[in-house]
Ligand binder design. Structure first.
Ligand SMILES: Cc1cc2nc3c(=O)[nH]c(=O)nc-3n(C[C@H](O)[C@H](O)[C@H](O)COP(=O)(O)OP(=O)(O)OC[C@H]3O[C@@H](n4cnc5c(N)ncnc54)[C@H](O)[C@@H]3O)c2cc1C
Length: 418
C-alpha cells in the first residue's frame, strides 16, 4: 500500500489492498459532513448511515494517520482511572464515564465480531519499578466493588516473568476485558459501504444562508452539521480545540518472525504495556513476530532511524532479541491533552470536535464517533458528558506551549531512566 500509511508500516504491508475512494468532485449538499476517516470519523459515518445523508472528507487515505499506525491495544475504561475521575468530576459523572467506556467496549467488540481484524483478548499492565502492588490491589478492589468490573487480577513477579519471557518487570495486572487488534484491518472494514472522498483536505468552514459550507480544493460540501476529527492533526477549522490538544510522535517496530522463540514470549498472546511515562507496549502478531512500541519525540517530523530508536527499548525488555532483524518500523502522531481526557464538544453551533485521546483511542474513538453522530441527530447526552471532563488549554498558548510542555514531557521521560 502507498507511503501515506508511513514507510515501513507493517499494518499496511499485512492488510489486503485498501479500496480507493474517489476525491470530491464539485459541490455536494448533505445533512452531515465528517472530516477525517480514522476511527472517530468512521464511527460517526457508520452510525449516521441510513439515518442521514453523510459524506466523509479524508485528506489522505482511510486510516492513514493514528488509526492505521497505532499499537492496536484495547485498554478498558477512560484514559484516567476511576479514582482520579471521582476526585475531578465527582462520583456521578465518574460512574457515567465508566458506563460510557463499557458501552464503547461493547461497541468495539461488535465491530471485531463482524470485521476480520485479528482480535485477541488479554491486556497485561506490567510495573517497571518495585512496589505498587498495593495500589494495583486497591484499584482491582475498587473496580470490582464499586463498578462491578471483575476482569482484573494481580500477577506476581515470578508468574509475570514466566508469562512474558523477561524478568525486567516487578509483577502487574491482567485485564481480561482488554485485548488487541490489527487496527488498519478494522478501519478498512469500517469504511466499507460509506461515502468517503480520499485525498480531499477540508481547508476551512463558514456559513452561508443558514448552512455550513466546508471548502476543499476539489469542491464544497454544504451541510447542516459538521463533525471534525484528527487526533494529532487538527487544523485551524477546529478553532479552540487546538489550544487543548498537542500532537506528539510515537514509534513502533516489528521484528522478523521469532520462530521457536515466539513460544517463550507472551505465552498467553495478550498485549502488554508497562508503567513507564514513555510507555513500552508490545505483543505478538498472528505470524509470530514481536510488535514493539517504544520511544517518542515532541517536535514535528520523525527521526531517520526509527528501528534503531525502538530497538534500544526492545533490547532492554528482551535482551535475547537485541540482534533480531527488524523488518518494519514507523511513526505516528497522536493528540494529547493536559488532563489526558479527550477533548469532545461543540465548538460552534452544530460543529463538533473529538480529539486528544492521549493514546487511548482504539476502543474509545469509534464509539465517540457514534456519540458525535447521535448529537448531530439531536441526542447530545454522550457528548455533553464527555465535554464536562476538564481539558484545559496548554500553558503558553499555541506559540509558547511547545517549549514549556516539551520541557515537562522530557523531564517525565527522563525520570523513567532514573
Ligand atoms: C504510534 C501510536 C500508537 C498508539 N497506540 C495506541 C494503542 O495501542 N491503543 C490505543 O487505544 N490508542 C493508541 N494510539 C492512539 C489512537 O491511535 C488514536 O487515539 C485514534 O486512532 C484516533 O483516531 P481518530 O480518528 O480520532 O484520529 P486519526 O486516526 O488521526 O484520524 C484523523 C483523520 O483525519 C484526517 N484529517 C485531518 N485533518 C483533515 C482535514 N483538514 N481534512 C480531511 N481530513 C483530515 C487525517 O488524515 C486522518 O486520517 C496510538 C497512536 C499512535 C500514533
Amino acid at each position: 500500500m502507498s507511503d501515506v500509511y508511513g514507510q515501513g508500516n507493517w499494518y499496511a504491508a499485512s492488510a489486503s489492498q485498501a479500496p480507493e475512494f474517489p476525491p470530491l468532485a464539485g459541490d455536494v449538499s448533505v445533512d452531515v459532513c465528517v472530516v477525517g476517516a480514522g476511527f472517530t470519523g468512521l464511527g460517526a459515518a457508520m452510525a449516521l448511515a441510513g439515518r442521514a445523508n453523510v459524506v466523509v472528507l479524508e485528506a489522505g487515505r482511510v486510516g492513514c494517520a493514528a488509526t492505521g499506525r497505532n499499537g492496536g491495544q484495547l485498554h478498558t475504561g477512560q484514559r484516567r482511572d476511576q479514582a482520579w475521575l471521582e476526585k475531578v468530576v465527582g462520583r456521578d459523572d465518574a460512574l457515567a464515564l465508566w458506563r460510557l467506556a463499557e458501552d464503547a467496549r461493547a461497541h468495539f467488540r461488535t465491530l471485531t465480531d463482524t470485521i476480520d481484524c485479528d482480535w485477541r483478548p488479554g491486556m497485561i499492565h506490567a510495573r517497571h519499578k518495585p512496589g505498587g502492588e498495593a495500589e494495583d490491589a486497591a484499584h482491582i478492589a475498587l473496580m470490582a466493588e464499586r463498578y462491578g468490573y471483575d476482569q482484573l487480577a494481580l500477577i506476581d513477579e515470578a508468574d509475570l516473568a514466566a508469562e512474558l519471557g523477561t524478568n525486567v518487570y516487578h509483577g502487574g495486572m491482567i485485564d481480561r476485558g482488554g485485548g488487541h487488534v490489527h487496527p488498519l484491518k478494522l478501519a478498512l472494514g469500517m469504511a466499507r459501504g460509506l461515502t468517503i472522498h480520499e485525498n480531499t483536505r477540508a481547508e476551512r468552514w463558514g456559513r452561508e444562508d443558514g448552512k455550513i459550507v466546508v471548502e476543499t480544493v476539489q469542491g464544497r460540501v454544504i451541510c447542516d452539521q459538521l463533525i471534525l476529527s484528527g487526533d494529532g492533526s487538527l487544523n485551524a477549522m477546529a478553532g479552540p480545540a487546538r489550544a487543548r490538544v498537542m500532537p506528539i510522535n510515537n514509534f513502533i517496530a516489528v521484528t522478523a518472525p521469532l520462530g521457536g522463540l515466539a513460544d517463550e514470549i507472551i505465552r498467553s498472546g495478550a498485549a502488554v504495556s508497562d508503567s513507564r511515562f514513555v510507555v513500552n507496549y508490545f505483543r505478538k502478531t498472528p505470524d509470530g513476530r514481536l510488535l514493539f512500541g517504544g520511544g517518542e519525540n515532541y517536535r514535528p517530523g520523525f527521526p531517520s532511524d526509527i528501528a534503531g530508536m525502538v530497538r534500544k527499548n526492545l533490547a532492554k525488555v528482551y535482551p535475547q532479541l537485541a540482534d533480531i532483524p527488524i523488518t518494519h518500523a514507523w511513526g505516528g502522531t497522536l493528540g494529547i491533552t493536559m488532563s489526558r481526557m479527550p477533548f469532545v464538544g461543540e465548538i460552534a453551533s452544530n460543529v463538533r470536535v473529538a480529539s486528544g485521546y492521549s493514546g487511548q483511542g482504539v476502543m474509545l474513538a469509534p464509539y465517540v464517533g457514534k456519540l458525535l453522530a447521535q448529537a448531530a441527530l439531536g441526542d447530545t447526552a454522550g457528548v455533553d458528558l464527555l465535554s464536562r471532563a476538564p481539558t484545559p488549554s496548554f500553558p503558553g498558548g499555541r506559540l509558547l506551549r511547545w517549549p514549556l510542555t516539551v520541557a515537562g514531557l522530557t523531564w517525565y521521560a527522563l525520570r523513567d531512566r532514573l
